[in-house]
Unconditional design. Sequence first.
Lengths: 430, 319
Amino acid sequence: MKKACCRVAGAVGTAVLVLAGCSAGSGTDHADGPVTITFWGWAGGYADAVKAFDKAHPDIKVDYQEVLPGAKGGYQKMLNAVQADNAPCLAQVGYESLPSFAAQGALQDVARYANADKGDFQPAAWRSVTLGDAVYGAPVDTGPMAMFYNKKVFASLGLKPATTWAEYKAQAKKIHASKPGRYISSPYLNYDYAGLAWQAGAGWFATEGDAWKVTMGSRANKKVADYWQGLADDGLIGKAPMYDQSWYTGLGNGNIATVIGAVWQAGVIKGGAKDGAGDWAVAPLPQWKPGENRVGNAGGSATAVLKGCKSPEAAWEFAHWLSTDKKAYGGLVTKAALYPAATELLSLPQLNRGDPYFGGQNIYKVFAEAAPKVGTGWSWGPVMTKTVADLDDGLGKAWAGKGGTIGDALRTAQEKTLAEMKSQGLKTSQ
Amino acid sequence: MITRSTAAGYAARARHRRPPPRGKRDIALNKRSLFLFCGPFAALFVAMYVAPIVYAAVSSLYVVKRSGLGLAPPTRTFEPFSNFAHAFGDKDFVAALERVALFAVVQVPLMLLLALGLALLIDARSARGKGFFRLAAFMPYAIPGVSAALIWSFMYSPDSSPLNGLLEPAGISIPFFDDDVVLWSVANIVTWSWTGYNMIVIYAALQAIPREVLEAAKMDGASALRIAWSIKVPAVRSALVLTAVFSIIGSAQLFNEPAVLQPISSGAVSSAFTPIMSAQAAVTAGNYPYAAAQSVVLAAVVGLLSFVFFKLTRRGEPR
């Protein structure tokens, strides 16, 4: 028995050794020959962009490695790598996670190289990558929101895209009444839900001096929460979880009639719901008060410089190039529906033509009009992954009518976030 | 096949051959070969097994400290009891421990009974198609845990579950993700995956029962049931204890199945559903030492449970 144990342990040990040999380091080589920079990301089209960069820049070689999308494990991998001192130089990090990365000491300040290029980016996007005087990366894209709607379903019911949330609710009833399995929308979780709050100016975090304030349970947040809870209570929201196969099926067959989402959602819908080609269109967000024009933001990410990068200058050169090169970014627009953070790229031809999936509509026109109206003053917290994990625990139940409301979920997430922050010694004003 | 007489012959010859007298050189040589043979294993064992455990245990004694807005890198201070006090006061973590305990109490006996039953059936004299049933029961084990969970997450889908689709004409719909049901939805996946594995272990033990004993019982007029209950089950007792301990450890480390079901569970599978998921949540919050403390607590509980279980089942066993 004992012998067998040892033999198994030995075999496992050998396997681990072999595997360890496969994992790549992120060594940079200054001496001679090109500098090598490792870059972890997941957006479609990054691999091709990197190839183009390598061709044009013989002195810098970028080694692109695809990782899981941040919330699905990518961020964990990056943070673990920083802990273990073998992180890549550059990583795709969403704006919502940058403060959390900074709070873990996982980022490197590149203000020295970056500040000269500040003018290339939209001010709101630049604000997302800076904390105090530090600059942690190059903003790549932003996520102004709009309403994706199934034009075919809307037309068959004689509906036009709602301009107010009150009208949206009335339409939700009509849509569900037309067919039992048909709903106006699926439930929204974490950052997709945050976009809804953002539009209403219902901030989640704020800073007062050197102390955090968590406002997820604020009155403004309650208004948004109560509205969506009302829809859920009336049975007007479907069950298919976003990004699940059942969601894509619903988008394709008209059982989910709208998606309130950011511009990059166009790529998600197009890629996942091929059956819906030609049916979908984009309209501006419904408003809380008639005549208003307020827009939320969901997502958007930066090419962040991680701690331990030995060639920050070259890293910045690539990050800046990825965000501003016309040809490369054109590919990102087509493949991942990214919406540029760089001012000059807004005139890209890819952003100014019709898309057959959306019935020939030039959807980027809607987003171009929305982008300047995105509410400013939104801040993300320092333990964001924990915050949204706790939030989702409550939101899932609230949407499914299995106890608690969306408002409760927000309040619980606020309490747990505060407790976590306090236990780590962060200062809070609550 | 070595018959008894030849085996005895070998032994006799070996006794006659006298070992050469040992010099100092021989002992040194022996020592060297000992290091040569054991060295690689010992090195790997220390590097891949002992070191991480020690590292986790040590880091659980530290506390992550930030200050102000926390935008500066955190520092670690030595506070040996803080994380453990935190863990036992953490409602979510304690609930997770209780949850896997309940899981183990219900699922492990059920699964082992099922595995024992299957093994006895296949071992029965009158069984037909043994090879087929053995393979069929074992098959789910060959599917990696995450893939199995993905397949089942499709079966459980709140929107388009084919199981509920089949049951619909009968007016039944199973709420797989209700708060009281979800743990058993997970248990179902685990049972499906592991029953075959446990069955094979028990079946192998059944094969080791001397045929003469079974023959004698039959001659004495014992029925097949009686033979199973009075001879076979006691004979595979140690295999049952072994599978039970493995299953208890497996329950404590529950992770794959609930983690895969989480996104479609409408919040029924929370982010701290099992102790390991809870530790994982601490990692995502950047609190590595707290995650280490939770892991240490879990390891201690499992170690204690396994020890007690072994002790209890050893009682009254012939030495």
